[in-house]
Design a protein around this ligand. Structure first.
Ligand code: UTP
Length: 277
């Protein structure tokens, strides 16, 4: 079944400059925990144990975060503060982490292709850590998608309804509703203007992909913005009826920009941090 999760984390994070000049966007904290840790926890809670992270120049902090810090841990051993590292420690002990570098930042599709040596020939999940997804009422978004994969055995993209004037920020799908919240995708457009958008159903940063996607990405020419887009490669799979879109239960915060980041911070402070979760 699905064992591995790929985290493309090589982007420049230009919307968050200067904070992201020397620090990966995925290390930005939501209250006291970095975005990448929320993402890895979501994957672990969905039953995945192999975390494959695509990094780039200046992203060393990501590897250090999922490693033991002997000096620091020695310093706080036996104190009240030990509990703050317990969650991170548990991830290090229960999951395996592997890394590869995307040498040139040629887009999300290219970042996923860079992860191929870590994934191999099996279906896998993809999480964009700057899209923070939370479902306090039940299963996390990735766990919901994995359940769906077991039923349909197709690639799946997570979608969310967005206001029409926001479609230019997303990949947008067209499709037929086949079950509650599940669409069979017939078409996808990357960052369409509201007039060209086939719907207001926008793809967010959670995917389940079958391994045939790698060859399709390798054959994909740079699209919008000169980047190799995952939506262009997925479009080829969709033509064979093999892509589903899933309207998930839960909340999603776009933490790649200031507004979503602040909303996420306020939400997590009230609903998680103050409650000791
Ligand atoms: P974004 O579109 O948010 O781009 O990437 P970005 O560079 O991170 O941020 P801005 O727009 O400049 O502020 C979506 C996801 O894809 C990864 C990013 O790390 C992020 O998780 N990505 C993007 C790569 O890994 N490599 C790329 O070449 C581009």
């Amino acid at each position: 079944m699905i064992r591995k999760c790929l985290f493309p984390a090589a982007g420049y994070g230009t919307r968050f400059l200067p904070a992201t000049k020397a620090m990966p966007k995925e290390m930005l904290p939501i209250v006291n925990k970095p975005l990448i840790q929320y993402a890895v926890e979501e994957a672990r809670d969905a039953g995945l144990q192999h975390m494959a992270i695509v990094t780039g120049r200046g992203k060393r902090a990501l590897e250090d975060h999922f490693d033991i810090s002997y000096e620091l841990e020695h310093q706080i051993r036996g104190t009240e503060k030990e509990k703050f590292l317990a969650g991170t420690r548990e991830l290090i002990e229960t999951c395996t982490f592997s890394y590869t570098r995307q040498v040139e930042m040629k887009g999300l599709g290219h970042a996923i292709l860079s992860g191929r040596p870590l994934i191999g020939d099996e279906p896998f999940a993809v999480v964009l850590a700057d899209d923070l997804c939370l479902n306090l009422q039940g299963d996390g978004v990735l766990a919901q998608m994995i359940k769906l994969y077991k039923q349909y055995r197709c690639s799946i993209v997570a979608i969310q309804e967005v206001p029409r004037d926001q479609t230019h920020k997303y990949g947008v799908i067209a499709g037929e509703l086949i079950a509650e919240g599940v669409y069979r995708v017939s078409s996808m457009v990357e960052k369409p203007s509201p007039e060209d958008a086939p719907s207001n159903l926008a793809i967010i940063g959670r995917y389940i992909l079958t391994p045939d996607i790698f060859d399709l990405i390798a054959d994909t020419q740079p699209g919008k913005g000169g980047e190799i887009q995952i939506t262009d490669a997925l479009m080829k799979l969709a033509q064979d009826g093999c892509v589903l879109a899933y309207k998930f239960d839960g909340l999603r915060f776009d933490c790649g920009g200031a507004e979503g980041y602040l909303d996420a911070t306020n939400f997590c402070y009230e609903n998680l941090y103050l409650k000791g979760l």
